[in-house]
Design a protein around this ligand. Structure first.
Ligand SMILES: Nc1ncnc2c1ncn2[C@@H]1O[C@H](COP(=O)(O)OP(=O)(O)O)[C@@H](O)[C@H]1O
Ligand SMILES: O=C(O)C1=C[C@@H](OP(=O)(O)O)[C@@H](O)[C@H](O)C1
Ligand SMILES: [Mg+2]
Length: 180
């Protein structure tokens, strides 16, 4: 049962942004609160192909991206009814995924290194952060930021905000845009 106002989406609501920006957490909570379906591309990928670090070790990042793009395409094809979809941070690197996102409402969860640091300094099972989480996270966002910004319909600044604040702000952003 939704704990907030029920909501109907016109298109999939897709959360993008860097690792540990809160896509999986906010997507799940927002969907739950508003009685919407929810899917997480990493969760799907793990269910079908096993843990992400094992995929990186056995197949490499390139193969991971191909599997990821396939899962994302399958998720976004499940169009009825539109759902909240949280992507892995690097899913937007795939050009096919970029094209599919043109038919979705895309929200970029922006964040800075100070907010994210406590979330990533211990091992979080993200292969791309291994060894030097803060340095690698910073470099990854430097490279990807232009893509996040280009694909985003809406930007949610998550810096220093609680889940309750983010849930309310996301709802307001959607209403301002008449989405849903
Ligand atoms: N608003 C928030 N404030 C504090 N911690 C958060 C917030 N959102 C998420 N987290 C924590 O940050 C970590 C990463 O969140 P997650 O949703 O997995 O991010 P992503 O899916 O973007 O990688 C988790 O431990 C989560 O509990
Ligand atoms: O940014 C990335 O390249 C990745 C982000 C991760 O998802 P989160 O963004 O949910 O951490 C996961 O897909 C994988 O470790 C690769
Ligand atoms: Mg996630």
């Amino acid at each position: 049962m939704a704990s907030g106002e029920p909501m109907l989406l016109r298109r999939h609501l897709v959360l993008i942004g860097p690792m540990a920006s809160g896509k999986s957490t906010l997507g799940s909570q927002f969907a739950n609160r508003h009685g919407l379906a929810f899917a997480d591309s990493d969760k799907r990928l793990v269910e079908r192909h096993g843990p992400i670090p094992a995929i990186f070790t056995s197949l490499g990042e390139h193969a991971f991206r191909e599997l990821e793009a396939r899962e994302v395409a399958a998720l976004l094809a499940e169009g009825k009814p539109p759902a909240v979809v949280s992507l892995g941070g690097g899913a937007i690197l795939d050009t096919g995924t970029q094209q599919l996102l043109a038919n979705c409402t895309v929200v970029f969860l922006d964040i800075d290194v100070d907010t994210v640091r406590p979330r990533i300094i211990k091992d979080t099972g993200r292969p791309l952060l291994a060894g030097d989480p803060v340095g690698r996270w910073t470099e990854s966002l430097r490279q990807r930021r232009p893509v996040y910004e280009r694909l985003a319909d809406l930007v949610l600044d998550t810096r220093g905000k609680s889940q309750q604040q983010l849930l309310a702000e996301l709802k307001n952003l959607l209403e301002e845009r008449h989405e849903p």
